[in-house]
Design a protein around this ligand. Sequence first.
Ligand code: 0WE
Length: 265
Amino acid sequence: MGILSGKRALIVGVATDRSIAWGIAQAMHAQGAELAFTYGHEKLKDRVEPLAASVGSQIVLPLDVTVDAQIDAVFAELTSRWGHFDILVHAVAFAPREALAGDFVESTSREAFRIAHDVSSYSLTALSRAAAPLMAGRAGAILTLSYLGAVRSIPAYNVMGLAKASLEANVRFLAADLGPKGIRVNAISAGPVKTLAAAGIAGFRKMLAQVAQTAPLRRNVSLEDIGNAAAFLCSDMGGGITGEILYVDNGFSHVGMSFPPATEG
Ligand code: 0WE
């Protein structure tokens, strides 16, 4: 008996087996949840289907979160397949590549700003609105993924930092709206993880190394770390938690400075 047995979860944002969404799916599966998945574009279908099958999931649906009709289609399909469900995991972010390099002030076009906020923040509002009726009276839980760049300036994260700040405000407003219906809304602010999205970012390895050197726990977070926190937050064990941004970052966000081991103490 896992902490999610008898619960159903829709996972939005799996691209590969290195995706944070996949880490969350595996942890939720291990805790007894029944899962459904979406994939962002046709090229990802052949990658997501076998992952879904490996955790016993038969429901794999296309979903471009910027298209309202696709959101409607996913929830229409879930209504017919499941009728109701308990957990929505939103692990989607995108900014045009050219906006994630160089200076913020020079790299942030109106169009990059629009796309980053549409894909990375508005999509949570839209998915939550569509999900809420299927969660009615069921202790529902909605979870999204944020990053420290929402509240600190981080080199090259640029307009994604603004989009994550919007996403975190989104969590608070959704928590207030959906709380009376028994639906909790939270975010995990995860330390950096080498996902497909991160792989192409110049200097990402250096960033991982610096975090591992600086964080109180002196390592990078794993998909298991994030998945376990997600399973807890979306389970009844997280029943009193809503509107929260939970840092799963080995403590990195809590230190202002730290020294390498040789000069420690
Ligand atoms: O939120 C993210 C990354 C999200 C992301 C990644 C990409 C790469 C490919 C959004 N859009 C795109 N667009 C692309 O074309 N993270 C928390 C990971 C991340 O990304 C960074 C980071 C960290 C950490 C970018 C610059 C600096 C640090």
